[in-house]
Design a protein around this ligand. Structure first.
Ligand code: NCD
Length: 332
């Protein structure tokens, strides 16, 4: 598979559900990155972009950042938000199917963000809904909007998202953010992946197949972080996904395999960026937070900006002033 990095213009994404980033072209993803950058510096100008719109956040699984980020994004665009967090309060406890919930909620709102513990749930939701559905994480499968945040962070640190050596470390089996990110970086092309995990938590075959099918991307699988840290441009740390383990003993045995601290960082490049989708447990020591290489709180900010870009785009609500801004950038 060749990379699509040189796609032409972005077609409109109005009405599109985003289950994985494969639902968007590279040109569309690049446009979202440009929009997020514009939003950041034109917050007042965009504050009424989604006036009169309503977003539903249907969260069947715990979340702090992602749900609040989707919601703040809509509020900052002038829209409103409804939803639930923790399905025990919703009709699902009475036995309602995802399809029925989505057919119902489609009557109330203009766009839905859904998080669910089952892989494929967001796809089921999108087929039942009559409004765009955005996957906010489906089990251990995908988490496309976290990837948008990750791409924005890489771009702000390096001015690009490819031609990089990227280490991904921790729970590569169940970490959906890792799967989404690899899938998308393969499309941009020219990335060397260093997959760092204990043997029990290796990257799933379908994700490795994706790298193998991409001519100009490659990977190595290793288990020792210190051995490879000096080669990396970016290091993406992840939490061992306790909730997806079948057995508590395995989790306890594996959870502290990797702890990034200042001592380990001494072996890394001075420009290396440390990413983490958060929440962290023990994977990154607190002393790393003040290191200029720590980029994980930047990711949080980028997550909100990218969700603002995505929500307004799938709704077809133009960001005032954006077109003139891009045309000026192109002309410059
Ligand atoms: C991630 C997730 O939910 O997959 N969190 C997030 O959305 N930022 C990562 C995690 O829970 O470990």
């Amino acid at each position: 598979m060749a990379s699509e990095a040189h796609d032409a213009h972005a077609r409109s994404i109005v009405g599109t559900s985003v289950i994985t980033l494969d639902d968007l072209s590279i040109a569309q993803i690049n446009e979202l990155l440009d929009k997020a950058r514009y939003i950041d510096t034109h917050r007042k100008d965009v504050a009424h972009t989604c006036d009169g719109r309503v977003l539903a956040t249907l969260f069947y699984e715990p979340s702090t950042r992602t749900r609040l980020s989707f919601e703040t994004a809509m509020l900052r665009l002038g829209g409103k938000v409804i939803g639930f967090a923790g399905a025990q309060l919703a009709s699902v406890t009475k036995g309602e199917s995802i399809s029925d919930t989505l057919k119902t909620v489609s009557n109330y709102v203009d766009v839905v963000a859904i998080r669910h513990p089952k892989e494929g749930a967001a796809l089921v939701a999108a087929s039942a809904a009559s409004v765009p559905v955005i996957n906010a994480g489906d089990g251990g499968h995908m988490h496309p909007t976290q990837t948008l945040a990750d791409l924005a962070t890489l771009r702000s640190r390096f001015g690009r998202v490819n031609d990089l050596t990227i280490g991904l470390c921790g729970d590569l089996t169940f970490g959906r953010t890792v799967h989404s990110l690899i899938e998308t970086l393969c499309r941009f092309g020219n990335v060397r992946f260093v997959l760092i995990s204990p043997k029990e938590l290796r990257t799933p075959q379908y994700v490795l197949n994706r790298i193998n099918a991409t001519k100009d991307c490659s990977y190595v699988e290793v288990s020792d972080l210190s051995e490879v840290i000096g080669d990396l441009d970016a290091l993406y740390m992840t939490r061992v996904q306790k909730e997806r383990f079948f057995n508590e003993d395995d989790y306890l045995r594996l959870r502290d395999t990797y702890i990034l601290d200042e001592a380990k960082l001494r072996r890394a490049k001075p420009t290396m960026a440390v990413l983490h989708p958060l929440p962290r447990v023990n994977e990154i020591a607190k002393d790393v937070d003040d290191d200029p290489r720590a980029a994980y709180f930047e990711q949080v900010r980028n997550g909100m900006l990218m969700r603002m870009a995505l929500e307004s785009s799938v709704l077809g609500d133009e960001l005032p002033g954006f077109d003139a801004y891009v045309n000026k950038e192109v002309a410059a």
